[in-house]
Every structure is written in structure tokens, then in C-alpha cells.
Write a protein that binds this ligand. Structure first.
Ligand SMILES: Cc1cc2nc3c(=O)[nH]c(=O)nc-3n(C[C@H](O)[C@H](O)[C@H](O)COP(=O)(O)OP(=O)(O)OC[C@H]3O[C@@H](n4cnc5c(N)ncnc54)[C@H](O)[C@@H]3O)c2cc1C
Length: 437
């Protein structure tokens, strides 16, 4: 089986080229003068683009079908466009990237557990991603998609292809009346992107500063911290289908965001590779200072003077004092999600344990602090030689060196079992378990 997309077309009797990335997405290269291209990206949601994309696919009258090589050589006759319509990587069609063998993923994951990928590739463009997908389809290899490796626990060597998404680039789509729409390559580092946005005066992401990982993984679990979630500033994302290679745009509704959840972790799990994410930011975004810890940090400053930068600094200070830095101590942040209980489930727990730390939710349910349950059950700071529970934060499992994924998972299972026995609450891991049988 081979990928259906992209398909390559040219307009009969003209230099105009098309690349069809999916049923609703194509890019048009119109010749401009002697040596330049004008590149338009079309998301075919409405008539007449929808009709055009169908006729392009069928190439009935006006268009001719081209192979990738023919299309590329026609395109390269002209210079690269100075500026493309979306992130610069969309049109890259350079040489295919190299597949490497036997890479130890210890340095590609923040847990730092040794596990070898039989094959490894870093994709710098949509085309690289498609190349990697066809490569692994031809060999029937299992696929592991990786960003910064800060939310995964490797249980074993990976016998298939590990695909690191390294697509870079930041491009402003719209900047009007203090509202900014920006599209960011999936391979950009999340914290660097937040800092870059702050530097430009694009606000709304400051509470999410210092979260490890890459931009492309941020929608996967709708990352959140200190009262803000990705979904609050999310516009859309584009992703490539693993089987067909087609590119599709997902808006927030299509992503089905929830607490540390999205469609990419549920019904569409393993189906898509996110290649870019667009954000909606504001110059005057309201400051999100509802969290007690942030208020505490800011209390030395008069409230009228608080700025977005003060909030970002407060968040970074809290995080660096509370959470272990993966560069110094292997971990993947919160290992467990905070369980969300219905009122009927929560009341008996609260009656038996009046001190239970919890946050009432707008739908009447209660989010219980998993860290409180684990700490009260006596696990905080537990040490098992090579690994254990962090001394300051019971939600974080840590790797001191020499542990396997199975060792960490055994500890996680023991904690889940104990919390279930003592509180009747089932904890769920937040961290993605890779290769667990
Ligand atoms: C110290 C520390 C603190 C943390 N604090 C927080 C926090 O406050 N809030 C929070 O929400 N999270 C937190 N995390 C978890 C983690 O940083 C986030 O989940 C982050 O978004 C993971 O990004 P990543 O690029 O490292 O993803 P990875 O670990 O590489 O991947 C995570 C999952 O997403 C998939 N994936 C990755 N990239 C793509 C892509 N482009 N397309 C499709 N699938 C992809 C992977 O296959 C995997 O299933 C923390 C982690 C650490 C180590």
C-alpha cells in the first residue's frame, strides 16, 4: 500500500502547479514574473474551492497529472518564493532525510530511560513526514511519533520507526486591533515559543511557561497549568494522516479537548501527525492570576502594576522550586491525572477525609488532587534505589539512573493499588506508556 497524498498536478498549457495534500487542502504555485512563485494555500471548506479540489484530484480536463519528480523539477525551474502563505516548511521538497539505526532514546526522553529505536528519523517538513510514512509502510514497521519525549515512558526497545517531528517556523497570519493569529511549526520548543510570543507582546500563554516539550504535542493532552489550558488560545492545527498522507485542518471543536484529553488520545489515537498549530493571542489578554500560588508570588508588587511578564516570571519561579528539572533528574512531570469524580462519588470521600484537596468543577463534578491522595497514602519521597517518588511533589515519579520502564511502571501500579484500597479512587496515568504489553 502506498500513500494517496500528496498528488501533483499542473495546469494544462501553463506553468501553474498544484500539490493536493488532502481532500480539503491544496497549495497552488502561480508563476510570478520570470523567476518567482506566488504560493496560495487553500483549505477547501467552501464552494468553489471544494469543486476545484475534486477536479484537481481527477485531473479531468484542465489539469495534467505529474509524478513527484516531474512536479519538483518544474517547480525548481523558478526560485524559491520569498514568502509563503503559511509556515515556511510547507513547500520544502529537498532531498529525503536520512533514516538512522539503533538510536538510544534515553537522551530523547526526559525520563532518560534507555530504550533503542530500531530506526529513527527527524522530519523537518511535511514532505519529510510523508517520506517517513511511506518508508515505514513499505516495511510494515510500527510507528512512534516523538516531540520532546517529556510525556512518555518507554517500556521496551522500539522495534519500528521513531519519527521525531522537527518542523520549525513561526508565521503571523493576522495582526489586527491587538489580536494576533500565529501559526507555529510542531517542532518548535514549547517554552521558547511562549517566550518568543511574550517578547513580541502576544499574550495569553504566559501561565503555560516552562512546560517541557514541543508545540506539536501541546494539543495532544491539551496541556494546562495554573488555570490556563492550550484550548483557551488554540485556533486550529494541521495534521498528516498516517495511512493516506493527507493533510487536514482541525479546529477546536474537532479536537474534542477535555482535561488532559483530545481526540488524538481517544478515537483518533495513532492516526495523525500534527505538523503545525495556530494560536489566537492578544496584546491585552486578561491576566490569569486566580491561582493562590501566583497571587503569593505577586503580592510584593502593587496589583495595578502586574504585567504579563510578572505572571510568566511568577509561574517560572513556582515551577522551578516545585518540580524537578529533567536535565538534573529524570521525570515526565505529573505521572497521574487528577481524578474527576461525580458529586455522588466525591461526597463519601470528603466525609471520610474532610481534608481532601479538591477543586469544584463548573459541571458539578470535583477534581481531586492526586498528589494529595498519594502523599497521604505515604508515598511522597519513597526511594527504590534507581527510582522513586519525588520528595517535594508526590505526583512526580523520578528516575535516579539505571531503572527500566517496567521498574517505574511497577511503582506506578503499587501507588494506584494503594490509593484504590485507601480511598476507593482509581488513578490514571497522564504519561503515555510506550511499548507496554
Ligand atoms: C518537569 C515536567 C513538567 C511538566 N508539566 C506539565 C504541565 O504543567 N502541564 C502539562 O499539561 N504537561 C506537563 N508536562 C508534560 C509534557 O511536558 C507535556 O505533555 C508536553 O506537551 C509533551 O510534549 P513532548 O513534545 O515532549 O511530547 P512527547 O512526550 O514527545 O509525546 C507525547 C505524546 O504525544 C505524541 N506526539 C508528540 N508529538 C506529536 C505530533 N507532532 N503529532 C502527533 N503526536 C505527537 C507522542 O506519540 C506521545 O504519545 C510536564 C513534563 C515534565 C517533564
Amino acid at each position: 500500500m502506498s500513500l494517496e497524498f500528496p498528488l501533483y498536478r499542473a495546469l494544462n498549457g501553463s506553468d501553474t502547479l498544484y500539490r493536493i495534500d488532502g481532500l480539503r487542502h491544496f497549495v497552488e504555485w502561480q508563476p510570478l514574473g520570470k523567476s518567482r512563485w506566488l504560493v496560495h494555500e487553500h483549505v477547501a471548506e467552501i464552494y468553489p474551492s471544494q469543486v476545484l479540489v475534486q477536479s484537481l484530484i481527477q485531473a479531468e480536463d484542465a489539469q495534467v497529472k505529474l509524478s513527484r519528480e516531474e512536479w519538483n523539477s518544474r517547480r525548481l525551474k523558478r526560485e524559491e518564493p520569498e514568502q509563503e502563505h503559511t509556515v515556511g516548511t510547507i513547500a520544502k521538497t529537498a532531498a529525503d532525510p536520512a533514516i538512522q539505526e539503533g538510536i538510544d532514546l534515553a537522551s530523547w526522553t526526559t525520563f532518560g530511560i534507555s530504550a533503542h529505536a530500531a530506526h529513527w528519523i527527524s522530519a523537518r517538513s511535511d514532505d519529510d513526514v510523508r517520506f517517513a510514512l511511506s518508508w515505514r509502510q513499505e516495511r510494515n514497521s510500527a510507528l512512534l511519533v516523538m516531540g520532546g519525549g517529556s510525556n512518555m515512558l518507554m517500556h521496551a526497545d522500539w522495534e519500528g520507526l521513531a519519527l521525531h517531528v522537527g518542523i520549525r517556523g513561526v508565521r503571523v497570519l493576522k495582526d489586527e486591533d491587538g489580536r494576533i493569529e500565529v501559526v507555529v511549526g510542531a517542532g518548535e520548543n514549547w517554552h521558547d515559543w511562549v517566550m518568543y510570543a511574550m517578547k513580541n507582546g502576544w499574550h495569553g500563554l504566559e501561565n503555560l511557561a516552562l512546560i517541557p516539550g514541543q508545540v506539536g504535542a501541546s494539543p495532544m493532552q491539551n496541556i494546562g497549568a495554573y488555570g490556563v489550558e492550550l484550548k483557551d488560545r488554540f485556533l486550529w492545527l494541521e495534521a498528516i494522516h498516517v495511512q493516506t498522507g493527507s493533510l487536514k485542518r482541525f479546529d477546536a471543536t474537532a479536537c474534542e479537548f477535555g482535561y488532559r484529553e483530545s481526540i488524538f488520545k481517544s478515537s483518533e489515537k495513532g492516526q495523525w501527525i500534527i505538523v503545525r498549530v495556530a494560536f489566537s493571542l492578544e496584546e491585552n489578554a486578561p491576566l490569569q492570576t486566580g491561582y493562590g500560588a501566583i497571587q503569593q508570588e505577586l503580592k510584593a508588587l502593587p496589583e495595578q502594576s502586574w504585567t504579563h511578564s510578572d505572571v510568566a516570571k511568577a509561574v517560572m519561579h513556582i515551577r522551578s522550586t516545585k518540580l524537578p528539572d529533567p536535565k538534573e533528574l529524570g521525570n515526565a512531570g505529573s505521572f497521574f491525572k487528577n481524578p474527576v469524580l461525580s458529586s455522588d462519588e466525591f461526597k463519601p470521600l470528603q466525609t471520610a477525609h474532610p481534608q481532601v484537596a479538591h477543586y469544584p468543577q463548573s459541571d458539578g463534578s470535583f477534581k481531586v488532587a492526586a498528589g494529595w491522595l498519594i502523599e497521604q497514602a505515604g508515598w511522597k519521597g519513597k526511594h527504590r534505589g534507581t527510582h522513586g517518588v519525588h520528595v517535594n511533589q508526590a505526583l512526580v515519579l523520578v528516575h535516579y539512573g539505571g531503572a527500566t520502564g517496567a521498574d517505574i511502571w511497577q511503582l506506578a501500579e503499587d501507588i494506584m493499588h494503594d490509593v484504590r484500597l485507601k480511598y476507593g479512587v482509581q488513578l490514571e496515568p497522564e504519561v503515555n506508556q510506550i511499548g507496554r504489553h
